[in-house]
Design a protein around this ligand. Sequence first.
Ligand SMILES: [Zn+2]
Length: 202
Amino acid sequence: MNLSKLIVKARNIVPQLGKLQGYCIFCGEYSNHGYSAKLKTNFTAYPYLQQGEIICPNCFELYNNSEYRKNMFLVSKSEFRTFKREEGKAILLNLPIPPFALYFTRTWKKQGWITLMQKVSFSKTNFFVGLDYEVILVNSLRAKENFQLIENLLEKKISKTELKTGQLKVKSFERLDMDLELLNRLQLFSGDPLWGLCVFLN
Ligand SMILES: [Zn+2]
């Protein structure tokens, strides 16, 4: 199950068939009904493409619909929904029955669905999410712990920038009662993609 198949199924799309044969540059699968792989001039995501000659009918749907790069979305076999950043945390913590795919964006314009293509998730405990072109492995327990700690720290007036970078202001050291263990943890977290995502969604 790849992302374009899942989306086509969830949304009951009947893809229009093309006439070309070959391997799809987005999903890597062979199709007898592909379209030309000549991409639009504003396309920049070349590093994320597969070896291939065509665009398969499923991926053709995704490529031609800007909805998938202008939105955050969740898709499972029975549902496709777009959502706002404010809803992202609740969605991450309440996932549907797998398989599913979950895509976040900071830019609201990148073709991040391409990197998520082979990262459909089959577990609610350990799963992948997309964040623009980045693919992040999420452990659900760690995500929960992260969110709790972040909420705590935001209440203590530590800023999101400080949480993201691990670089705390002098005043923040005082606000945390010079808790060295916590300060060390925050520094370790600063390069962690899952931590960065949790800060972004909080
Ligand atoms: Zn394809």
